[in-house]
Ligand binder design. Structure first.
Ligand code: HEC
Ligand SMILES: [Cu+2]
Length: 405
């Protein structure tokens, strides 16, 4: 026979543990709740900055209020009845057990019809919202292909005005991590992944959209006003998932037009100094993975050392505000440099050369990535490997990258 009687000290320590656990849960809940009240949070879906986000907000708020009222009624009722009609007397005596209610048609109809109506209203409003969000922008608006991969986002622009989606090549401008759009316009997004599941989310501008390898979906985004909006990968996608950020940079229409004209240009090989040597070094050491239009074309995906087959296009690296999946600033983060917008590189003191150099020296030291010796040997690299560049090589490479305006 097993002795099931609780041993003395044990019962007390369990109670203590439960109390500590309960206290922990309360503190964590308050902390989580309070963190939702931070002013100027960068990723706040309750602070809509586009008509898409506003449409979602207009659905969330009434549903939240309705859900809140229902919870109050149900929880309040449960509490009230459990106190008011608490069992009294000896429960082993059938006399003290209340008579169960059976076959009361009016009550059963009431508690079937009311929730069905509520669900119907919420369901209807949700379907209307989905159709509103899904409306494709006109063909002359910017069309951008969004490709998620471990652990960064690629943005490929198609500048044609064709209304046939399959005729679009998405090859006019290629950039990474900073997605530049004109404010006040609806942007069409074609969503893809090269390796595993990722989730694209800019809470202030739109809902979430997961990207699935081998499956293309259409989505869209907009920003009412020029500004920088912060996004993040929301589907766990491996080692550096938590570092997979990006920004949407909305420019005025005139600034966007200038940006487009500039991005279409190819890079030119520097003709003198450190930068010239850097270009040669880049061709031999980095060109198998990275494209720089006009200078070097990466290996085709099938023979690339990368699992995904693609690394960020660096043609206009110095017009991005961040690098390495939005984790580090390329533009020095002072008010003076930030005020220069995406033209910061005209002033060399506004380039974050130190972290750029540290990145090339050992990227795996700056972000967790599956890019060691063994992955490199097996052509199974995820992320950027340490290429053991010498100190003088680093100076040359940084000088070269700084010419990529
Ligand atoms: C095996 C492929 C591979 C090689 C070789 C390689 N890189 Fe990379 N590089 C990557 C990948 C992948 C990323 C994206 C990492 C991320 O954002 O998480 C990257 C990111 C970068 C970035 C940041 C770009 C951005 O916009 O975020 C720079 C700059 C860069 N590499 C420079 C270099 C230089 C210089 C060399 C040569 C010394 C080099 N890379 C060699 C794969 C490679
Ligand atoms: Cu991801």
């Amino acid at each position: 026979m097993i002795d099931r009687s609780p041993r003395r000290g044990q019962g007390r320590s369990t109670a203590k543990r439960n109390r500590a656990l309960g206290f922990g849960v309360v503190v964590a809940s308050i902390a989580m709740f309070a963190s939702g009240c931070v002013p100027n949070a960068k990723q706040d879906s309750l602070n809509p900055k586009s008509h898409y986000a506003q449409t979602i907000y207009n659905l969330i708020v009434p549903v939240f209020i309705l859900g809140g009222i229902i919870s109050l009624i149900v929880l309040g009722g449960t509490m009230y009845f459990s106190v008011r009609y608490r069992a009294k007397g000896d429960l082993s005596d059938d006399e003290n057990i209340p008579e169960p209610v059976h076959g009361n048609a009016i009550m059963e109809l009431t508690w079937t019809i009311i929730p069905s109506l509520i669900i119907l209203v919420i369901g209807g409003a949700t379907v209307i919202t989905i159709f509103k969000l899904d409306k494709q922008p006109p063909p002359q608006n910017p069309h951008i292909e969004v490709i998620g991969q471990q652990w960064w986002w690629e943005f490929r622009y198609d500048l044609s005005t064709t209304s046939t989606e399959s005729a679009r090549k998405y090859n006019d401008i290629v950039t990474a991590n900073d997605m530049v759009i004109p404010a006040g316009e609806d942007i069409s997004l074609r969503m893809n992944s090269r390796d595993v599941l990722h989730g694209w989310w800019v809470p202030e501008l739109q809902g979430k959209r997961d990207v699935v390898p081998g499956r293309t979906t259409m989505f869209n985004v907009a920003a009412d006003k020029p500004g920088t909006y912060y996004g993040q990968c929301t589907v766990i996608c491996g080692l550096s998932h938590a570092n997979m950020r990006f920004t949407v940079v909305a420019l005025s229409k005139a600034d966007y037009a200038k940006w487009v004209e500039h991005q279409k240009q190819k890079a030119t090989v520097p003709t003198s100094g450190l930068a010239k040597e850097g270009a040669a070094l880049f061709r031999s050491q980095c060109g198998m993975c990275h494209d720089i239009r006009g200078i070097v074309t990466a290996a085709p995906p099938a023979s690339s050392p990368l699992v995904s087959g693609a690394a960020p296009d660096l043609t206009h690296l110095m017009t991005r505000a961040t690098f390495a999946s939005g984790t580090f600033d390329l533009r020095v983060n002072t008010p003076r440099c930030v005020a220069k917008g995406l033209n910061y590189a005209d002033d060399p003191t506004c380039i974050n050369s130190a972290e750029l150099r540290a990145w090339i020296h050992d990227p795996t030291d700056m972000l967790p990535m599956a890019a060691g010796e063994s992955e490199l040997k097996a052509n199974k690299v995820r992320g950027m490997p340490n290429l053991n560049v010498s100190p003088s090589g680093l100076d040359q490479l940084v000088a070269f990258l700084e010419t990529l305006k």
